[in-house]
Design a protein around this ligand. Sequence first.
Ligand SMILES: O=P(O)(O)OC[C@H]1O[C@](O)(CO)[C@@H](O)[C@@H]1O
Length: 440
Amino acid sequence: MSSIIQSIESAREERVGREGVAPATLNAMLERAEGGLKWLRERHADKGLALLQLPAQTSDLASIKKAADKLRDGATDVVLLGTGGSSLGGQTLAQLADHAVAGAGSLRSGPQLHFMDNLDPITFGSLLDRLPLKTSRFVAISKSGGTGETLMQTIAVLTALEKAGLGDTISKVMVGLTEPNKPGNRNGLRDLLSKYDVEILDHDTGVGGRFSALTNVGLIPAAVLGLDIAAIRQGAGQALAPVLAGKSAKDVSSALGASLAVALAESRGKTVSVVMPYTDRLERMTRWYVQLWAESLGKDGKGTTPLGCNGPVDQHSQLQLFIGGPRDKLFTVITTSPAGRGPVMDAKLSALAGEPDFAGKTIGDLVAAQGRATAETLAKNGCPVRTIHIPTLDEKSLGELLMHYMLETIIAAHLIGVDAFDQPAVEEGKILAKQYLNGK
Ligand SMILES: O=P(O)(O)OC[C@H]1O[C@](O)(CO)[C@@H](O)[C@@H]1O
């Protein structure tokens, strides 16, 4: 049973005209996607891709909850140090529990989470100045253990704790998460934290950062906020199930999504992939998706450009371009079920505002109407739209959505012939930045 419903009807040529995908092109791409599905099934069988074992994995859930309990105990603030794939999965899951929801996130009860994903001297300085250090906890996450941003953040935190006379608490208030030592490979984070006897959890060596949302990397922050992490994994299993069941590409939503994206890029020049959820609680997911799609596919002159935006707010910023601008985009509009939810509009005040039809309607009624209207307006104007409807946005459906996108990305990589799991261009920049820092 799936908890997300995908439709590509409004991306078809039959529906949107010449900018949509032609039946023969899509069928040919679906044929090619069968190879990607076969590869996934083989890697599941030979355990060659750890990501595919995660949905059924329960053995590590207790240790994840234990780490989360330790972090939560007596904490007002939990600071997550780490960047990119070491942060975005956690942020995405945490937003389900209202973290970083504009206007409401800071009013949540329980510990506040601070994902220090970007590196900015003013932000980090002000965080350390203002944090109640005595009641703050820290998690340093880096798969490689060598990312400059994360190392500098961690060193700064250790220094601040020592300066505040809290040096002897470090092993109690901090957790590290990085790969086990590999012979011949220095792991700076592990070396640093070991000196302070900080507990270090292992980052799954077989799961790359941008695919790590379902590992302890994403699930620890989720568990700190009390989310049901077993349900997240179960949901992920729902996206994988049709692959393992040997269904054909047209009946596997991730394979269908990948085939659509690549077919439209190759045949219609849709080189921008816009993802637009109509809910605040998937805003971080769009950031996670951008890294996943960009870093996995942008190789050898190939790939398409991911663009995350949010509905309805970005109707008031980007919709004009989407409809009136270059015909280079494939849209994914993600809707939930907001109808009937939120404050109800008073009849008298609605009349006074010149909107008598608002009377008795909820804010959610308008958001539901807007999501539907945007998808239909795009399609009517000849823009290909895929819709993903999530009747209930919860741990299960979010787990399924994340796995859907990870599988879609891997299958798309197969279709365009690139390695989804490396990022050689980024590594080059990391090395150069360290040279520049040293004045070389
Ligand atoms: O987890 P690490 O090794 O610190 O890497 C952080 C991020 O840096 C990259 O390696 C390059 O941007 C990403 O792939 C990764 O998610």
